[in-house]
Design a protein around this ligand. Sequence first.
Ligand code: MF3
Ligand code: CO
Ligand code: CO
Length: 260
Amino acid sequence: MRPSYKLGGGMVSIKTARDIEAMRPACHHAADTLVMIEPYIKAGISTDDINDLVHAFTIKAGGIPAPLNYHGFPKSVCTSVNHVVCHGIPGNKKLQDGDIVNVDVTTILDGWHGDTSKTFYVGKAKPRTEKVVEAARKALQLGIAEVRPGATLGDIGHAIQSYVEGQRLSIVREYCGHGIGRVFHEDPQVLHYGKPGTGVVLKKGMVFTIEPMVNIGKADVKVLADHWTVVTRDKSLSAQFEHTMVVTDDGCEILTIPSQ
Ligand code: MF3
Ligand code: CO
Ligand code: CO
C-alpha cells in the first residue's frame, strides 16, 4: 500500500489469541490460492485467466477477494508482470516465456483478511531476472527475521534496505507493508527502508504484512493512467514477495502459510 496521511497515526491494534485464530482461515486461504495458481503460470495464460481462477477459488471457499472494488480496483487479484511493481490489473495479455509475474492475493473470510504474494517465473529465467526475484524473496525473509517484541519497524526496514542495496538493487519507497485484520490496510505502515532502533516498537499481538518491492534498476516508480498500475520509471524489472505475520512472545509466526 501507499504510505498515507490517514494511517501513520501510531494506533497499532493488538490482536488477541482469539483474533489470531479467527484470522487463520483467511491467511491459509490466501496462501493456498498461491499454491493452486502455481501450475497454471505458464506461457500462453493471460492475467485475466489468473484472475478468474483466483476469483472462483475464493468464492468456492466462501470467501471474498478483497481487491475487487477496493477503492475501485476492478479485479479480484493483482498481477504485476516484469516492470510492473505492484497493483497490476489483470487483462487479456498473455504471459510469455522469460516473464515474471507477481500474484498478490488477499482473501476475506469471516470478516478477516489474509494478504500474501509471490513472484513466479514463466518458463526459464535469465540470470539477471533470477537475481532480482531471489533478492526480493531473501529481502522478505530478512525482514521477517527481525520481527520480535522490542524490535522496531526501523529494524525491519533497515535489514531489507541494507541487503537489497548491498546487492546493487533498489528498494521501492512509495509502497509499504501494513497492519491488517478486519481492515485490509491499517496501522502500522511497514516501510522497507529505515534506521535500526527507530519507529514503532513491536509488541506481541501486532499483525502486519512485509512486502518488499525490489527493482533491478532505479527505485523510482510511477502510476499509469489507469490509476492503479505501478511501474518502474526506467522500465527495469521489479519483484515482490509478501507475508502476513503476527508478533509472538519470542519472534513472529507467519500466518500466510498453506493449510497443509
Ligand atoms: N494486496 C495489496 C497489498 O499487499 C493491495 C492491493 S489493493 C488493490 O497491500 F486494490 F490493488 F487490490
Ligand atoms: Co498484497
Ligand atoms: Co499487503
